[in-house]
Design a protein around this ligand. Structure first.
Ligand SMILES: Cc1ncc(COP(=O)(O)O)c(C=O)c1O
Length: 448
């Protein structure tokens, strides 16, 4: 039995982590867990990577951090160069600010959009448009544009007003819309909302190219991102891609929107950038947005004490160097397709599996009480929590979440293994997930 101790910030009793190596972590009782979701899709190189640890140590031995108003640094400049290269010169995404995580990255993206419009002499553009069933982070600004009911509820009334459009999910189209029309319908909804508000009021549209926690690895149908790009360009509304979870290679392309042939104006990245070794994220913007900002204000007016933290950037350089050298993004693309096909083959016909979706090593499985009607399980069953607990007992970390149907109903699980997980580890992941699902479903109270 694993020792469980109270956490200082929540009632849950959690085992204590002791160490990690590769795709596995161990608690203080010696129990081994396969990290099948890289935590929350973070640990893209697994745990305990010696090259990354050595780079961090070497930087700490030199200096921990050069404060941003006093110094630049080699790691900061190297990481900026790597990110520019991975985005591709043609993308124009050449300017960036490094922050300490996803929420800060999103917050910076929102502020960059506002600052750009001010610099352009359009200070009336203050409104953000986003989507339901999305998650952009836990700071007040990022939360205000997030469509995640349970996480917003205690803060309603204090959040900046934003428009939240329909989720873009071909498996669960908006009422009356056929799956093949979801892309067009949802893009039209954006266009109508911009017209309703008046384009001169709208700063930006923010969305996750592949929705993570709030949806369960839901890619938009083909054509959606291109239509959004066209609408944003035509109306002067900035397009912000939140690639905190789905980006930096997780979906089999370094930028998730590369898959759609689309470049956003502003982009947030985080989790996989530093691979979970140290807190790291970035807000990127196109050179053409930077020009008026520089001319008018001289600098991006977003940043914190730890912006561009030298040792965090050194960790990012080491992580990204390994990913590039070992061609891990290509591996994610190929192995991810195989992994999804295998899950489809083994689980796809089970009566409680509604949808298996996602890209690369970012795969979502939606559980339903009835496959034909797509009726979700009764949320009172807390099925996704049961799955998390059962998987954990079986020594598997996965990422279940709930509420993707209407904010309350819906159970889904994300798997997001490290990019360098071995074939045997991927097999173990599939076996343990299958077993956990069977145990959880078999253990449900029988329906009368
Ligand atoms: C898409 C997306 N954006 C933003 C965030 C916030 O990131 P963080 O938790 O690092 O602040 C998350 C976190 O899960 C996320 O998935």
């Amino acid at each position: 039995m694993t020792a469980a101790t109270p956490s200082p910030w929540q009632p849950a009793r959690l085992p204590k982590i002791a160490h990690g190596k590769g795709s596995y972590v161990y608690d203080t009782d010696g129990k081994q867990y396969l990290d099948g979701s890289g935590g929350p899709a973070v640990f893209c190189l697994g745990h305990g990577n010696e090259e990354v640890n050595a780079a961090i140590k070497a930087q700490l031995d030199r200096v921990a951090h050069g404060y941003r108003y006093t110094f630049t640094s080699d790691p900061l400049e190297q990481l900026a160069e790597i990110v520019r290269r991975r985005c591709g010169e043609a993308s124009g995404l050449s300017r960036m600010v490094f922050v300490a995580g996803g929420s800060e990255a999103v917050e910076s993206c929102l502020k960059i959009a506002l600052q750009y419009h001010s610099a352009q002499g359009e200070p009336s553009r203050r409104r953000f448009i986003a989507r339901q069933r999305s998650w952009h982070g836990n700071t007040l600004g990022a939360l205000a544009v997030s469509g995640f009911r349970d996480r917003r509820l205690p803060f309603e009334g204090a959040l900046v007003e934003a428009s939240l459009l329909s989720p873009v999910n071909a498996y669960r189209p908006p009422a009356g819309v056929r799956p093949e029309n979801v892309a067009e319908h949802c893009a039209n909804e954006l266009e109508e909302e911009i017209a309703r508000l008046g384009a001169e009021q709208v700063a930006a549209f923010i969305f996750e190219p592949v929705v993570g926690a709030a949806g369960g690895a839901v890619p938009a149908p083909p054509g959606y991102a291109k239509r959004v790009r066209e609408i944003c360009t035509r109306t002067g509304v900035l397009m912000i891609a939140d690639e905190v979870m789905c980006g930096t290679g997780r979906c089999g392309t370094w930028r998730a929107l590369e898959h759609d042939g689309v470049v956003p104006d502003i982009m947030a990245i985080a989790k996989g950038l530093g691979g979970g070794y140290l807190p790291l994220g970035a807000a990127l913007l196109q050179e053409r947005l930077w020009q008026p900002i520089e001319a008018r204000h001289g600098a991006l007016l977003t940043g914190h004490t730890f912006t561009g933290h030298t040792t965090c950037c050194a960790a990012g350089v080491a992580v990204q160097t390994i990913i590039e050298r070992e061609k891990l993004v290509d591996r994610v693309k190929d192995e991810g397709a195989r992994l999804k096909a295998r899950l489809q083959e083994l689980l796809g016909e089970r009566p409680y599996i509604g949808d298996i979706r996602g890209r690369g090593f970012f795969i979502g499985i939606e559980l339903v009480a009835d496959r034909d009607s797509k009726e979700p399980f009764d949320p009172a069953l807390r099925l996704y929590e049961r799955l998390r607990d059962q998987s954990f007992a079986n020594g598997l970390i996965c990422y279940p979440s709930g509420g993707n149907v209407d904010g309350v109903k819906g159970d889904q699980v994300i798997i997001a293994p490290p990019f360098n997980a071995s074939q045997a580890e991927l097999d173990e992941l599939v076996d343990k997930l299958q077993r956990s699902l069977t145990q959880v479903i078999d253990g449900l109270p029988k329906r009368p």
